[in-house]
Design a binder for this molecule. Structure first.
Ligand code: SAH
Length: 293
């Protein structure tokens, strides 16, 4: 089963226009001058610039202060406040589900998930659900993104070093990873999704993130070893090539299985020793060999 099958139908109370003011992708942010600000600040500012606020028709329950309508001429100023408030509420729910790592929660709060969805789905961006991104693939559920990154980071003080993600999809998790790791490499096997992620991420200007088009089952030997590896698609087991590309002490987290899947944590304890643990059940799209497109 793919993650997208569990998504709620259209009845979520927030309208797209209300949450994001997104009526099409503005290119405004792409023409801004780059600065030396942090990636996080760039994310917030560029998302803000790209999201004018239209006149709301419904008030969401999670926003306590009513926003003034766009007719008053300040839509672009209020838009980021609305999406930030809804995102904060999402992060609070993730924390209530047991994610404790403050760095992960802060990363989840800083990345505008609605930015990675097509306009018709952006109103659901802060609901804890997987959503379609095209080509039968999904953006992962926010809570599983947070949980997996937390497991991968366990025992790490400060930032993780070098991280590899298999399955870039739309690029959302890669953007979150880039907030908690020094260097992030992400591989996608479907060219149209690799291009989609590239375009989603371009405006966010994340300097420590590199996207690759290819078969992630082979890893990225030229950039190994990795302190952390995270798989966003489920195979029957973890490919040996990925185990070989782990640094000593490195941690890999992956969904494994077919109809019934579980998260698997692997730690490389010695050059020839890997210790594995099966964690909770999960639902991911399948990992496929080779490339497409
Ligand atoms: N990381 C995404 C989730 C993407 S869904 C997020 O931020 O939400 C999983 C992705 O894994 C799909 O885009 C799929 O095409 C990709 N995938 C599956 N098998 C792969 C492989 N062997 N190499 C690279 N990507 C793969």
């Amino acid at each position: 089963m793919s993650e997208s099958e569990s998504q709620p139908k259209k009845r979520f109370p927030l309208t797209l226009d209300f949450v994001t003011g997104l009526s099409g992708r503005s290119k405004a942010a792409e023409h801004r001058t780059r600065s030396t600000q942090t990636a996080t600040r760039n994310i917030n500012e560029r998302a803000a610039a790209a999201r004018p606020l239209p006149a709301p028709t419904v008030m969401p329950t999670v926003v306590s202060k009513p926003q003034r309508p766009a007719a008053m001429g300040d839509g672009a100023v209020n838009a980021p406040l609305v999406s930030e408030a809804v995102r904060k509420a999402m992060v609070r729910r993730i924390a209530q589900q047991g994610v404790k790592d403050a760095a992960v929660l802060a990363a989840m709060e800083s990345v505008p998930r609605h930015f990675f969805l097509e306009p018709g789905l952006a109103s659901q961006a802060y609901v804890d659900t997987a959503l379609p991104i095209g080509y039968h693939q999904t953006i992962s559920k926010p809570s599983i993104v947070a949980r997996m990154i937390e497991v991968m980071r366990e025992g790490v003080d400060g930032k993780l070093g070098r991280v590899l993600e298999i399955g870039t999809g739309c690029g959302y998790q890669a953007a979150v990873l880039a907030q908690v790791a020094g260097e992030v490499y992400s591989i996608e096997r479907m060219r149209p999704l690799h291009e989609l992620a590239r375009s989603n991420l371009r405006a966010l200007c994340i300097p420590n993130l590199r996207l690759h088009y290819g078969d992630g089952m082979l890893g990225l030997p030229q950039c190994a070893p990795f302190d952390g590896i995270i798989l966003a698609a489920a195979g029957l087991d973890v490919p040996q090539a990925l185990l070989d590309q782990m640094a000593l002490g490195g941690r890999l987290i992956a969904p494994v299985g077919q109809r019934v899947q579980r998260l698997k944590l692997v730690v490389r304890t010695k050059p020839n020793e890997w210790v594995a643990d099966l964690l909770e059940p999960c639902h991911f799209v399948p990992m496929r060999p080779g490339t497409f497109g």
